[in-house]
Every structure is written in C-alpha cells, then in structure tokens.
Design a protein around this ligand. Structure first.
Ligand SMILES: Cc1ncc(COP(=O)(O)O)c(C=O)c1O
Length: 443
C-alpha cells in the first residue's frame, strides 16, 4: 500500500505525513477511524483482496503481503544461491541478504548483537534446540522447570522429555478464573529449585497477555533463566529483549507476515556461547577430523545445513512492513476491531467466551464455544459463510483439560481485519445457532 492509496481511503481525521525517508515509513498520526486503514491495508494482501473471506485464523498463520511475496520472488529471480557456500557474486549477494536480515531481526527486538539471532525452522524447532542444547546440559536430578498451563505443546512436550530424561520435575503455573496467572501463583511455583521458566507472552488459546517482565524479574531473583515464547505477541506488540531481560526468546516468522518455515531463537550471547550445537552437519563446524569436530562460533554453530534463505529474506521484508506501518498503528487498529468483536460476541447469550475481563491484558485471540455444539461443526458452518476460524484444542490440551473442555472455536485477528469481518462472524454464528437451536434447547 503506498501513501497515495492510504490517502484515498483514510478518513479526514487521519493525517498522513509524506516523507522521503529511505524506508518509506508511513507516519500515521492518531487514526480516529482506524478501520479505514484496515480496508486499505487489505489491498496489500492478495488472498484478502481476491477472495471474499473474513480471515480470522491469524493465530495459526497470517496472510502474506505482496511486498513479502515480491521479496521471495526477487530472491529466486535475481540472486538465488546457497548463502555462505560460494565466493561467486550470486552466493555473496544471497549471503548479504541473509545476514542483513539477521541484523534487522536483532534491531527489531533490540538484541545487543546480531550473533544472538539464530534462524530456525519455526518456534517449535527453536524450543527443541533450547530443550536439547540448554535443558539437557544444564539440569540435574530434582531440579525444576516451571511453565504455565497455557503453553502451546511446543513449549511443553520438549520439557517433558528433558525432565523425564534427567529426573527433574516439570511444574505448572495455573490460571485463575480470569484466565490470568496471579502473582501468588508465580511466587509459589518459581523457587530456588527452579532452573528454567518457560512462559508464553500471549496465550494462543485465550489471548491472555502474561506479564513476562515481572516473571523474568522474579525468576532471576531465584536464579532461573527464562525462555519467552513470543509467537503470539510479536505480531501485535513491540518486543524489546533487553528491556524484558529475557534469556531466550523465540518466535515463528509465519505468524507475523513472513513465509512458512522460518523461525527465530534469540539468546543472550554468554548463554549461547556455552551451549553445544543441536543439529550437526554443514556450516556449523570449524574443523572436522576423522573422530572429532570443533564447532563454528555464533551464530553458525546453531545453523546446520542449507538454510531457508527465501524464508529469512521474506522475514526481513515482513519486518519492514510491520515497521513501516508501526506498532502504534497496528495496536490502534487491532484494539478497535478486537474490542468491537468482544462486545458483539458478548451479546450472544448462546456463546461461552474464554476471555480475560481485563482488556489491557488481552491480545487478539478470542476463544468461544456454542453451548452444546462441537466447535468443529461451528467452524464448518462459519467456513460455508466465508469466515475462517480455527477449532480444536489449539495444541494446548493440558489447558483445555484444566478448563474442563476439549476444544474451542478461536477467532484470531490481525491489523488487516475490519469490523466488517466481525459482523460476518456474528452473522454466521447467528445462522449456526438457528440451525442448532432446537437441538440445543432439547438438550
Ligand atoms: C504460542 C505458540 N507457541 C508455539 C507455536 C508453534 O509455532 P510453530 O508451529 O510455527 O512452530 C505456536 C503455534 O501456534 C504458538 O501459538
């Protein structure tokens, strides 16, 4: 979306300052009708522009703007080669683009150094790397790992594996009736025995924003390191790893406009330096002898084999897109649309909502159930009305069990969603309710 296009759709209340800034940053000042922006922004997303759908499954993956698609196209058309593998021009260009993105990611999350950024396949691989290269090597029998009950399986199953192998304990911080982790719970569960705390910044099933800064401060007092799963927060809010003082922070690119198949692991350099590699093979070595190997320095020692260069380059372009739009604008748009969605969904007395009442602690995910009807049935009816939502346990089975349910419908929003998308969701839900009404009343 260029400035002229935004100008055409922006409300008169929105002032847009044209600039000759290199990054073509859009200076969007206090949009009072932020939905207008979302309508304009949708034009950047070919799937949203060309298909008559309300895409509300952004927690699973986001749609990709044309800028990201073009960046990938350009890579293959103009400088496709294996980064770090050749001295010829194409490989040098591919290496530069790959490494420039590493520096861009470092800046994006305010890491001290680009060497602290490791590219992986996804959030899951980043977490497995930590489980094997940090967990397996630093834990002893009877040590404790503390995670929350709202973790995605990717930040849970690897820790089961580690604790079982070592004879350590896996403990959970549970949520209260407001779907939040209380201070009391944090202080009861994180003790001097805790060596690792794994916490999701935003719950993918509930949308609760956890106060990770507070958890990190408390865990550090007890001598534990903290791993933050930022998969569901980084698309919606600025992450500053130094301000958080996170020891490790991970996320997937595909939930923040980048292509599938690229993830990030941030780690404090002193911790990453002490860890041994997770995957063995090409490019993570220094010298290889018949019986022994010395490893490359950071970040290469954690990037074995040919990397997903197109994914990394696409991630760089996704970061540009987010930075150009700006988190302030993103939050303004999303708050307006998500608040509207919660208000409208709350009016439907046949629905049960799983949303914290503290709106400032709630992000862009809304889980709900229609009493007496399976979420998969609801999701299929919504789909036949052009509304895409996720249904299931959201890779959070322990959380579902804790809530006494086995699944929910989940509408998850991004900055390109509009109030019109919410209206389509509400209309489709009303249709579904009318179909099931007799059945619900009978039961
Ligand atoms: C909070 C959270 N953590 C981790 C993951 C795993 O991400 P990926 O499947 O990209 O590895 C997800 C995916 O939904 C998630 O929501």
């Amino acid at each position: 979306m260029n400035i002229e296009e935004i100008r055409k759709v922006a409300s008169p209340n929105v002032q847009i300052a044209s600039q000759s800034h290199e990054s073509k940053k859009l200076n969007l000042v206090a949009p009072e009708k932020s939905c207008d922006f979302s309508y304009a922004i949708k034009n950047d997303f070919p799937i949203l522009k060309n298909q008559n759908i309300a895409y509300l499954d952004n927690g699973a993956t986001t749609q990709k703007p044309v800028q990201v698609i073009n960046a990938i196209n350009e890579f293959y058309k103009k400088y496709n080669a294996n980064p770090h593998r050749g001295a010829y021009r194409l490989s040098v260009e591919a290496t530069e683009a790959y490494e420039n993105t590493r520096a861009k990611v470092a800046k994006f999350i305010n890491a001290k150094n680009a060497q602290e950024i490791i590219f992986s396949k996804n959030a899951t691989e980043s977490l497995n790397l930590l489980a094997y290269s940090y967990g397996m090597e630093n834990l002893k029998k009877d040590d404790e790992i503390v995670i929350s009950i709202m973790e995605h399986h990717s930040n849970l199953v690897p820790w089961q594996k580690v604790t079982k192998a070592i004879g350590a304990k896996l403990k959970y911080m549970y949520i209260n009736n407001e779907f939040e982790i209380s201070d009391k719970e944090i202080e009861e569960k994180i003790t001097n025995k805790t060596k690792i705390v794994g916490i999701t910044h935003v719950s993918n099933a509930l949308g609760t924003i956890n106060d990770v800064k507070k958890i990190i401060k408390y865990a550090h007092k007890k001598g534990a390191i903290v791993i933050v799963d930022a998969s569901q927060s980084i698309p919606h809010m600025r992450i500053d790893v130094q301000d958080l003082d996170a020891d490790f922070l991970i996320f997937s690119g595909h939930k923040m406009l980048a292509p599938l198949g690229v993830g990030v692991l941030y780690g404090k350099r002193e911790l990453l330096n002490k860890m041994t590699p997770f995957l063995m093979g090409g490019d993570m070595i220094e010298y290889v002898y018949e019986q022994d190997t010395t490893f490359a320095s950071l970040p290469n020692k954690f990037e074995a084999g040919t990397q997903n260069a197109e994914g990394v380059i696409g991630l760089g372009s996704a970061i540009d897109y987010i930075e150009n739009l700006g988190y302030d604008t993103i939050q303004q748009i999303e708050k307006e649309v998500v608040d509207y969605a919660i208000d409208e969904l709350s009016k439907l007395d046949y629905l049960e909502l799983y949303v914290t009442p503290n709106r400032e602690n709630h992000s862009s995910v809304i889980s709900f159930n229609m009493k007496g009807v399976h979420p998969h049935d609801i999701a299929s009816i919504l789909d036949s009305n052009g509304v895409c939502v996720r249904s299931g346990n959201h890779c959070a089975q322990p959380l579902m069990r804790y809530l006494g349910i086995d699944s929910t419908c989940r509408a998850s929003f991004n900055f390109y969603n509009t109030k019109e998308d919410v209206d389509r969701l509400i209309n489709a839900l009303n249709k579904a309710y009318n179909m099931f009404k007799k059945y619900i009343e009978r039961n």
